[in-house]
Design a protein around this ligand. Structure first.
Ligand code: G6P
Length: 612
């Protein structure tokens, strides 16, 4: 979703802004723009905007040999108004320019007021209202910092903004509420961006802004205050993110890189159990023992792929830890009238830790009195982690591909640890069982690496698949969410319409769709539901449907006409879903390659969904 970069430095900041935008591309966008102040002579605002890729914006900057010491830049993911140059940021009012990530809910009201004052709107965006509002404020509040504070006081909704003005070229102002924003402290100036990856090119020293913070950046200093002007100190962190972690290296796409990083991502996430000891609740935080002991139910809230990891964990939590568990899509939960329960552990799962609906669902649960909260998240400094009492940080490393892969499997690893911790605390885990599960978890990276070796076979399947318009994914039990995740992956990046069903539901509707043009993908581990699944597969074959079956050791499904089998090396018990999702990730990746779609930046989608 929209990304922001701001820079003021003793160097030409145009390349910094453009490189920053390139690093934010993964968030998803459909247009890009920047505004700089040329400070030689009279400060003059120059704006460039382009629909499509940052490369187009960079070409414009090259053509005009743009150079400046202060500027703001933006990638836009359309919310209010179509993707077009007119709607691309920055938006200008008089000599000032604004970039914005988020949604201003009262923008229609603001627009009417500003129009009544004579402001003409040239775009359909909510952001333009911020630019005109600030312009209006500057008439009575000449100080830019104070005028920004007065402006944001009137905004309802979520925002991260960057502002500069011809009238005061010595500083850029940024502010955030609800959308991510951090400052970068450089050797030669100061920077701000929506995430750290955009700033690693200039600094590792970062300051995470809190909701409601306003910051002023000059060449030599920065300061942060609350909206009311009260100065606040925010800690300076040294980012441990390596620049390599966000480089493509030998891979063609980030999604491919991230699929193949899974053994390492899992090893890193599971390092907490690398020692010889047993599972300890403390891995979720110092207060976790008491919280887990008092937990009678679990409520999991998440979106997208993270929802699927939660849905998988439900099977584990109920069957192994014997704890009732519900899993709910965050955007539904936050607006539904539900019955709160103080003994429930609320688990929020998010790769980014910034997903607006998940964050709002967490806050909603807390407002209902459910204060036992646990975040399973890949970004330690994120809003969701900060908002939760307990946390387990997955160590997948930065995930750039819009289609989530390594975040998903590491979330599952973390949820397996939660399952074991709750089982143990409730007396449902013998020492022998605990040792068995821990061994399996420690061996998981190796097991995943073996599954990745199946890529050439899966590539062949993808060739046959890519010409199809629809696909049906089937699974049962804890592999039903894996079928859901497989279908999501395929539709996200190859645009093949894919649906998933619990295989037992086949005859209650989807069987009507099955014919020779509808490939049916079955997740078929050798578990207690295999025989049931086999009957469901017969139903498909009898209607001429072509089957692509992901079996594992012991599944014993024979290959025959119209029944293609991929044999996974081993059956992995409770953790089998973690292995079974890997070939589905590879299948969608290769189907997308054959179709020639933009794998890492699928149309219309965003990586980090920071608006509702
Ligand atoms: C977007 C991404 C998905 C992701 C979902 C939830 O839709 O494209 O890949 O699963 O958001 O994101 P989160 O960061 O909360 O896991």
């Amino acid at each position: 979703m929209c990304g922001i970069v701001t820079a003021i430095a003793r160097r030409n900041i145009v390349p910094v802004l453009l490189e920053g935008l390139r690093k934010l591309e993964y968030r998803g966008y459909d247009s890009a723009g920047l505004a700089v102040l040329k400070t030689e002579g009279t400060p003059e605002l120059t704006r460039l905007r382009a629909v499509g890729r940052v490369a187009e914006l960079a070409a414009q900057a090259d053509a005009t040999q743009l150079s400046a010491n202060i500027g703001i830049a933006h990638t836009r993911w359309a919310t209010h108004g179509v993707p077009s140059e007119r709607n691309a940021h920055p938006h200008i009012s008089g000599g000032l320019a604004v970039v914005h990530n988020g949604i201003i809910e009262n923008f229609e009201e603001l627009r009417s007021k500003l129009q009544a004052k004579g402001y003409a709107f040239t775009s359909e965006t909510d952001t333009e209202a911020i630019a005109h509002l600030l312009h209006d404020k500057l008439k009575t509040i000449p100080d830019l910092f104070d005028a920004v504070r007065a402006t944001i006081a009137e905004l309802v909704g979520a925002y991260a903004i960057g502002v500069l003005t011809e009238a005061d070229p010595s500083r850029a102002i940024v502010a955030r509420k609800g959308s991510p924003l951090l400052l970068g402290i450089g050797e030669d100036g100061h920077y701000a961006a929506s995430d750290t990856a955009a700033l690693l090119q200039v600094t590792r020293k970062v300051v995470y802004l809190e909701d409601g913070d306003v910051a002023e950046l000059t060449l030599d200093s920065y300061r942060v205050t609350l909206q009311d002007g009260t100065p606040v100190e925010r800690p300076v962190n040294i980012s441990s993110l390596s620049a390599d972690a966000v480089e493509l290296g030998k891979y063609r796409h980030y999604m491919q890189k991230e699929i193949f990083e899974q053994p390492q991502a899992l090893a890193n996430t599971l390092e907490i159990i690398a020692g010889g000891g047993g599972i300890s609740p403390q891995i979720f935080g110092a207060e976790a023992v008491d919280v887990l002991k008092a937990t009678r139910r679990v409520l999991i809230l998440a979106c997208g792929t993270s929802y699927h990891s939660g849905f998988t964990a439900r099977y584990w939590l109920e069957s192994v830890a014997k704890i009732p568990c519900t899993v709910e899509i965050a955007s539904e939960y936050r607006y539904r009238e539900s019955v709160p329960d103080a003994d429930t552990l609320v688990v929020v799962i998010s790769q980014s830790g910034e997903t607006a609906d998940t964050l709002a669902a967490l806050k909603h649960a807390k407002s209902l009195g459910m204060t036992k909260t646990l975040a399973i998240c890949n970004v330690p400094e994120s809003a969701i982690v900060r908002e939760s009492a307990l946390r387990l940080i997955t160590r997948a490393g930065p995930e750039i591909g819009v289609a989530s892969t390594k975040a998903f499997t590491t979330q599952l690893a973390a949820l397996a640890l939660l399952t074991l911790a709750l089982s143990k605390i409730n007396g449902h885990l013998s020492a022998e069982q605990e040792a068995g599960y821990l061994n399996q978890l420690r061996h998981l990276p190796v097991a995943v690496a073996k599954v990745l070796e199946l890529e050439p076979e899966i590539e062949k399947w993808a060739q046959r698949f890519a010409g199809k318009h629809h696909a049906l994914f089937l699974g049962r039990g804890s592999h039903w969410p894996i079928a859901m995740e497989g279908a999501l992956k395929l539709k996200e990046i190859s645009y093949i319409h894919a649906e998933s069903y619990a295989a037992g539901e086949l005859k209650h509707g989807p069987l009507a769709l099955v014919d020779k043009d509808m490939p049916v993908i079955a997740v078929a581990p050798a578990d207690e539901l295999l025989e049931k699944l086999k009957s469901n597969l017969q139903e498909v074959r009898a209607r001429g449907g072509e089957l692509y079956v992901f079996a594992d050791a012991g599944s014993e499904i024979p290959e025959s006409e119209g029944v293609h089998i991929l044999h996974m090396p081993e059956h992995y018990g409770m953790l089998s879903p973690i292995l079974h999702v890997i070939p589905l990730q590879l299948l969608s990746y290769h189907a997308a390659l054959v179709k020639g779609t933009d794998v890492d930046k699928p149309r219309n989608l965003a990586k980090s969904v920071t608006v509702e």
